[in-house]
Structures are given as C-alpha cells and as structure tokens.
Design a protein around this ligand. Structure first.
Ligand code: FAD
Ligand code: UDP
Length: 387
C-alpha cells in the first residue's frame, strides 16, 4: 500500500495529526514501537478489572475550547474537579497550597491575619509561584512561603528531578502556584476530567478511519532511514510528510550524546479492599522515596469491590532497555544539544518534529492536541511547519 504520510508514535500528538491528515484524504501510516496505541495516556483494565493508567495518572484539563471540542468528537467525558492532597507528616492538606490549606496549618487567629495579608498583597484569585512568594518583603508572608517551600516543594522536587526548586526551570514549579483562593482543585481550567470510557477507547475512535493504518510493535528506525537530504521508507525515498514524535537523540543513535530525561518506575498494587486512601492522588511531599500514590477508582469514578493504586519512583533516564523517557529537563545546555540534533534535519523539509519528546518540551495533553492540529493545518495549507 502507498502512503502519503508516515507518523512515528501513536500518542496524542501522532494520533491527532494522523486523524487530521486522513480527513484531508491522505493515506496515513502510523508506526508505534509499543504494543498499543495511546502513548503515555494509554489505560487498560488490570487483571482485577480496575481501569488503570499504565504510565501514571492522566487528567485531561484545558481552557482551550478547540482542544476540548476536538477530543469531544471521539469521547464523552466523566467530568470532575481534580483534587490532590499532600501527606505532610501524616496530615493530609490540599495542594496547591491555598487559603483552605492555610487555615489547616495555622491557628484560626493567625490564619485570618495571614489570609488578609495575602489577599492585600496579591489580590483574591491570584496565583503566586512559590519562588516569588519566598522573595516577598513582608516577613510574615515569607514565613508562609518557607512553610510551603519546605513542606510541599523541596523534597517532592528533589525526588522528581534530583534537583532543588531553585535549580530547575522555574516554569516547572509555576505549574503548581500558591492559590490566593479557597479553590481546592489542582487545576483551575473550565474543562477537566476523564474520557468516559477511558483514554484507549478515545484513541481507538480517533484512529478508526479507513485511511489510517496503525502498525504497533514496530520501531520506526527499522523502517525509516534519515540521510542528509531525504527519508527512506523501507529503503525507498519517501517524499510525503514524516511526523516524528519520539526522542530526537535516539533518531540519530545519540551520536552527540544523550538528551537528559527523567523517568519513572510505576509500582502497581491491587488490594482486596474497597478503599485505600480515600483520594485519587496523595502527594508525599516530606517523606518516602516515591512522589505520589494514585488510587485509580477515584480518578475514573469506577465502582469495584477492590482497588488498585500506583506509586511513582522517579530516576534519571539512562537509555537502558525497558526505560522510558518521560520528562525532558529544561536547561540551556540541554536545549543546545537538542538544537544540534535538530540541525541534522535541516536538509529534509518533509520531516516534522511534534510532541513532548520530539520537541523536548513539557506539554500537557491539551497543548499537544493544539500543536498537532496546528501542524496539520499548516501541512494542509501547504505552508509546512515552523521548525
Ligand atoms: P507520547 O505519549 O510519549 O507518545 C509518543 C509515542 O511515540 C510513544 O507511544 C512511543 O512509544 C512512540 N515512539 C517513540 N519512538 C518511537 C520509534 N522509534 N518508533 C515507533 N514509535 C516510537 N498531561 C495532562 O494533560 N494531564 C495529566 O494529568 C498528565 N499526567 C502525566 C503523568 C505522567 C507520569 C507523564 C509522564 C505525563 C503526563 N502528562 C499529562 C503529559 C502527557 O502524557 C503528554 O502531554 C502526552 O502524552 C504527550 O503525547 P505525545 O504524543 O507527545 O507523547
Ligand atoms: N511539585 C511539588 N510538590 C507537589 C506538587 C508539585 O514540589 O506536591 C513541583 C514538582 O517540582 C513538580 C512540579 O511542581 O515536578 C510540577 O508539578 P505537576 O503536578 O504539574 O507535575 P506533573 O506530574 O503534572 O508533571
């Protein structure tokens, strides 16, 4: 069969791009090295019938109507306001730290005064990055900041990144700002929840198109070759679009050295009891080697007599067989190395890099949907991608 486009990776980036191109009449081939579609969003029932997210908890959240509407073509939603608590020396407190949290960790009188100070300083409903809060001129505000830093950010960040909050890109901790509000939700965007029948069902619906062929269990590097000037598919020059969503260094056998990533080990445990922690996600911010425990039934709304949890243990990705690169690590040095790899593609204008790995960026699902739609728009218009 002749294909117009080849996409490497059946995660959200590759799948949205594939659907969009197929709807313009192109014949699309997706090569996916895993034995399933969905990338890191993949979910499945475990042997006890509990729907679990194989690569860690994924909650869809967005303020972008286009992303929500697009995915809504392929799924209905189980909508809820996602809440997270932190286990701080055995006490469970809402995260992001907000005015409710303040009242849980300070006595009422002091909390009332501090609340007023925070509202006066930043305004109700504002979002303050922890590193900014720590620089505030008012010593009492700095005292709250120190509490939040020490009890919410420092140890969790050390586990997740192997670095302190000051050492990592500030944009990372800004994802979880201190909230000057009484909103206990983890995200404030208007649309949040889960695909009603799970992510995998949503991906199946998206890829269910007569002009999309998906081959799983195929490492694209066995089928595609990237020379200075062209791409070969099964040894034959291929001039259609090639959209790559995997790690860029691995496309070139890491010839300049490996790009740095953080990885995770997931430890799934089934328990023959109705409830384990009463919450979907508990972050362990001052203790343990793992960062968080997710109890899936509270994420998906599933009713079952037993329950499955997962603990996440972060570590530095080395590229050893079986390891998966999950998080790019933003730094000037890493960006330079990434750009060096990108230059290897300058002579092949029909190759596009898309996705969290290929672009070496910290994207959420909704951002990925939008980027994939925009790339497909540009390909349709014939204007190509801005690389
Ligand atoms: P991926 O999902 O990684 O897909 C890339 C695919 O390419 C993979 O399936 C891979 O196997 C395949 N591939 C790579 N190389 C090759 C090759 N050589 N040949 C063939 N196939 C190849 N986002 C949210 O919005 N909400 C959340 O709650 C959330 N939670 C997350 C939790 C964790 C633990 C992680 C790691 C991420 C989370 N994300 C979340 C982010 C979300 O996973 C990403 O935005 C999304 O998965 C990115 O999609 P992608 O298609 O770019 O990458
Ligand atoms: N973070 C933290 N404590 C928490 C939650 C988050 O220190 O309880 C920090 C940590 O550095 C983390 C970052 O904030 O990597 C972003 O958190 P988020 O939940 O957005 O990360 P995700 O799991 O979605 O990648």
């Amino acid at each position: 069969m002749m294909f117009d486009s080849v996409i490497i990776g059946a995660g959200i980036a590759g799948s949205v791009a594939a659907r969009e191109l197929a709807e313009t009449g192109k014949k699309v081939l997706i090569l996916e090295q895993r034995d399933h579609i969905g990338g890191n969003c993949y979910d499945e029932k475990d042997e006890h019938g509990i729907l679990v997210h194989k690569y860690g908890p994924h909650i869809f959240h967005t303020k972008e109507q286009r992303a929500y509407d697009y995915l809504s073509r392929f799924t209905k939603w189980y909508e809820f306001g996602h809440e997270v608590v932190a286990n701080v020396h055995g006490k469970l407190i809402p995260v992001p730290f907000n005015l409710n949290t303040l009242h849980m960790v300070y006595e009422k009188e002091q909390a009332d005064v501090l609340e007023q100070k925070l509202v006066d300083a930043f305004g109700m409903d504002s979002r303050v990055p922890i590193l900014k809060l720590r620089e505030h001129q008012d010593p009492e505000i700095r005292q709250i900041a120190d509490y939040v830093y020490e009890n919410i950010f420092l140890h969790y960040t050390m586990k997740q990144w192997g670095q302190t909050p000051e050492e990592i890109d500030p944009a990372v901790t800004e994802r979880v700002p201190v909230l000057i509000s009484h909103d206990n939700r983890y995200f404030q965007e208007p649309w949040q929840g889960m695909p009603k029948d799970g992510y995998t069902a949503m991906f199946q619906a998206m890829l269910d198109h007569p002009d999309i062929t998906v081959e799983t269990g195929v490492d694209a590097r066995e089928r595609l070759e990237f020379t200075d000037k062209q791409v070969l598919l099964d040894k034959v020059p291929f001039t259609g679009e090639v959209i790559y969503t995997g790690p860029l260094d691995e496309l070139f056998d890491c010839r300049f050295g490996r790009l740095a990533y953080r990885s995770l080990n997931f430890d799934f445990v089934y328990m023959d009891q109705e409830d384990y922690q009463g919450h979907s996600v508990v972050n362990y911010t001052v203790s343990e080697d793992f960062t968080r425990i997710t109890e899936f039934k509270y994420l998906t709304g599933q009713k079952a007599p037993g329950t499955t949890i997962v603990r996440e243990y972060p570590f530095a990705y080395t590229g050893a067989p079986g390891e998966i690169p999950y998080y790019s690590i933003a730094s000037e040095e890493n960006r330079k190395l990434y750009e060096k790899y990108k230059e290897l593609l300058l002579g092949i204008p029909n190759v596009y890099l898309l996705g969290r790995l290929a672009e070496y960026q910290y994207y959420n699902i909704d951002a990925m949907v939008l980027k994939a739609l925009k790339l497909a728009d540009r390909i349709k218009e014939g204007t190509g991608a801005v690389r």
